[in-house]
Design a protein around this ligand. Sequence first.
Ligand code: OTU
Length: 689
Amino acid sequence: MDPASAGLTGKETPAPHAARGLLLAAASRLASAPGGDASFFSRLGFRYGIIVDAFRRLYGAVPGAEDYLERLALLLLECYRDRPERLKESDRNRETAQAQGRPWFLEPGLVAYMAYVDRFAGDLDGFRKRLPWLEELGIDIVHLMPFFKSHEGNNDGGYAVSDYLGVAPGLGDRASLEGLADELHDRGMFLAADLVLNHSSDDHAWALAAKAGDARYRGYYYVFPDREMPDRFEAAMPQVFPETAPGNFTFVPELDAWAMTVFHDFQWDLNWSNPEVFLEMLRVLLGLANMGVDLLRLDAVPYLWKKPGTSCQNLEEAHVIVRLLKACADVVAPGVAFLAEAIVQPSEIVRYLDSGGVAGETRVEECQMAYHASLMALLWEALATRKVGLLSTTFGSETRLPPGTVWLSYVRCHDDIGLGYDEARIREVGFTPGPHRRFLLDFYSGRFPASFARGRLFMENPATGDARISGTCASLCGLEAALEAASAGRTETGEGPGSMDAAEAATGTDREIELALRRIELLYGLVSSLVGIPMVFSGDELASMNDYSYQSEAEHAEDNRWMHRPRMDWRAAQRRSVPGTKEARIFGSLRRFFSLRRGIPAFAQDAGFRVLASGSENVLLVQRCPRSAAERRVTVAANFAPEERAFPLSALGPGFGQSPLDLLAEREVATFGGMVILPAYGLAWLAET
Ligand code: OTU
């Protein structure tokens, strides 16, 4: 291949001769070096147009830009040399699969799992021993929450990183991480990890050097001697943690200046307009890839570029950074995919997957996967209102992704639930935005009298009326309240369910427990079938409830997200094989969803879908359409009401016969007079005949 012509379109500014020459020189040095191979050379040749263009857009005006480009090329070379042979071999296999249109993240039936290493298994070696548990559940992609050295005391769950490539001493070391990665790969599983690229901890070596007066490292952050720039920024910037970390700047006495701290005051925003920062973080990214990470979660990716007068989110330069990082990763570690953690409006999320850029024959890529934050928030909205209007209209229009990219669909994660709905759509379906939001906040914080949910408000902002929601899936679905009512009922009468009265009472609470379990199944059944790759948040597979112990832990007390980050209860886990327990019920259901889904081509990550009208305000109907016309369509039917509901069989369209097979129940669905009947919170996967 001629690298000088590959990857360039007529539109792009040709790279200056020097930069082009340097990149090529570096590449050919490798190609001719002992032990080197031509694949690096050809991959760099294919992408260097993208790399040079993106680099110049970001840093072209910086003095010495061409020298930075040379350092970039040498860094790629060095990291490629360091990449272990077994990972290079897997890269080759993944490239072949990708060329055939089947990147690894489109393998049928994948399921992801997100867990804290310490809370799940003590440390990395312990985690390794628990892999059979994850396999039993049907997990393929394991996302370890940040496991690097981080800030003392409160470290925002590891998101205040003090050493990007250093494993936290309590969790193990590099060898234990690589051992875990190897074992995952041997089992056909994948490792996901965070790249916390927006900010470092204020005790990272760079921050310490800045505090000690080193001008070079001061330039790694946004540091201002007085309030002039901070005030200009603040005028247009929203606040992420208004309750506990108000404002976006912190005065740091050692700097005698203000540092930008969008998240907590100990998380200093990195200054990505400095090419040194870019090169440092690229080294980190490739270092993680070389430890065996398959999927990099780009934490807080919308925040990467700052400009006064803007919200400092989703700026075009943030996208250029991601494109540049991806092109570089593709040269060194082409098997690695990026996951966008962009909890922003759906039209903005999609831009991290489809930047719209094309160079030559190649689509310019950013991320391949993104959290479906919109679906998550819509599911909770439908559960509270019992109405599927907003879910049906929004899901249909906000879910389409470019080919070769995929949603990560989830019910809960370690963060709060934000209520980011489109106001026009809320009106369209007959609600008023303000009161609707208030209702949801009241509902999930248990303030609404008839609510089943036990959650708490996170980051209530009295100035705007905004708040988000904390709580585990099970507690928000009503299990905590129902179990508490059941045990209170028993204590009050002082008898077991032997007496008539107690039995009557038990009937009521038993029903509540049953409804709560069905709500959990409904939500997890939907993320397993609506779109993308389903993700389990650790503990949800056992219906774990809120853990209030964070309140007495100094480093967690201020952050109620810890109530829904339970420590894995391995004794409860044993009960998954004891019939009649909540653990057996929920573990069994999730496992079943995942194993059935694997064999249903219509539920492939990239299969199409369309939302159908059910005629009932409580029933969601989504038809999944396999890519191959030879496979049958499957319609997902979900009842969000706590009572039986029906919808006409004709709503499914032709091809579904008189009594379609429900793949979940493994029998024909109940019909009556041309109507399909769904029980309270019922879910069915109806197959074309
Ligand atoms: C992320 O979340 C992490 O998931 C959080 O656990 C961290 O606290 C945070 O970054 C800082 O590292 O605002 O409320 O659009 O919404 O990055 C959670 C993305 C957050 C942000 C998201 C952030």
